[in-house]
Design a protein around this ligand. Structure first.
Ligand code: TLP
Length: 357
């Protein structure tokens, strides 16, 4: 088994950094393949079928990345000149190079929500109906778990209400579920329950589930057939993609069982970090595998903090003006989390905390 940390770093930058394990590599090497643009790759077909089954939807589409999956889903549900409601710090808005505008020609109508969790009450206040001055709202996108809010999880009742009320108005609901399996573990319900009333879900195999690449969009057969054409337009027709789907199938079937361990490690990090001078985090807010903490009282910028951590063998990136994000995943152990805490402790006790004014 190749060392997942060849450079010796403890890599907490993201759960995207995981490397395929031996079982995935063996499955990739022996994968049955065909031309997926002709629909002839048996491994991709199996992955899509399993994803649809697991999510309780009619069909699924294998795509190279989460960004492409979200882009396709938005395009499936909207037309140029419409509005999409989403949370102000959602991945769609902050990290996808305005694809919502660039490919789908839509405007993001953002709402700042506590813990990134939109409520129907907030949504209903900004819905627009078609009129001489208004572009209509045709889609609501919910991020579950919410990345920039530290992996927060939508309560089921909140999603159910948003779906029911939106559908009464003819508005579709998409879930950016890059980490929906983490939400499913936190809520102790299957992903199909979370996805039950949503029109589409994008989820990633390449994040907490540990596959080297790939995401899926699930929804109705009609929407997914349309999505297949958008995937080709975006250059996502991957031909013998069965080599990736083979690892993806293992990730889909086997990796969710390992997620509670990642959540425990994240809670451990949060708890220990909350005890350090200069660090601010409420450990009770850490529900899944993402730990975001404020470092303003250390007197260091996120860039300086990351740099100092790196020199102590730990990789973690800044998010926002005063915060650092650490993400636990299958390639990081409890012992490594302990070493990461020791590195932050050394840093926080070495750099004098700025006096609060
Ligand atoms: N998130 C990445 C970065 O892009 C920030 C990370 O390291 O967390 N939706 C959500 C909620 C995501 O967190 C991400 C990736 C995506 C979509 C996009 O997935 P990819 O990177 O596969 O395009």
């Amino acid at each position: 088994m190749p060392d997942p940390h060849p450079a010796g770093y403890i890599d907490l930058r993201s759960d995207t950094v995981t490397k395929p394990d031996q079982k995935m590599r063996a499955a990739m090497a022996s994968a049955e393949v065909g031309d997926d643009v002709y629909g002839e790759d048996p491994t991709v077909n199996r992955l899509e079928q399993r994803a649809a089954e697991i999510f309780g939807k009619e069909a699924a589409l294998f795509v190279p990345t989460g960004t492409m999956g979200n882009t396709i889903a938005i395009k499936m549900h909207t037309r140029h000149g419409e509005e999409v409601i989403c949370e102000a710090r959602s991945h769609l808005v902050d990290w996808e190079l305005s694809m919502l505008a660039w490919f789908s020609g839509c405007l993001a109508r953002t709402i700042s929500a506590d813990r990134g969790i939109l409520t129907w009450k907030q949504i209903v206040g900004v819905i627009r109906t078609k009129g001489p001055h208004n572009a209509p709202t045709t889609l609501i996108s919910l991020e579950n778990t919410h990345n920039m809010w530290g992996g927060s999880v939508y309560p089921l009742a909140v999603i159910d209400e948003i779906c029911a009320r939106s559908h009464e108005r003819g508005i579709k609901v998409h879930i950016d579920g890059a980490r929906i399996f983490n939400a499913s573990v936190a809520l102790d319900v299957p992903v199909s329950r979370i996805a039950r009333d949503a029109d589409s879900v994008m989820f990633c195999l390449s994040k907490a589930l540990g596959a080297p690449a790939g995401s899926l969009v699930v929804g109705t057969s009609e929407a997914i057939a349309e999505g297949r054409l958008y995937r080709k337009r975006l250059g996502g027709g991957m031909r013998q993609a069965g080599v990736l789907a083979a690892a993806g199938l293992i990730a889909l079937e086997e990796s969710p069982a390992g997620l509670p361990r990642d959540h425990e490690n994240a809670r451990f990090l949060a708890l220990r970090l909350s005890e350090l001078p200069g660090i601010e985090i409420d450990p009770a807010g850490v529900e899944t595998n993402i730990v975001i903490f404020d470092i303003s009282q250390t007197g260091l910028s996120p860039r300086e903090f990351s740099h100092e951590l790196k020199s102590r063998g730990v990789l973690a990136n800044g998010v926002g003006a005063t915060s650092i994000r650490m993400v636990t995943h299958r390639d990081v152990t409890r012992a490594q989390c302990e070493r990461a805490v020791a590195a932050v402790t050394e840093l926080c006790t070495r750099v004098p905390a700025t006096a609060a004014v």
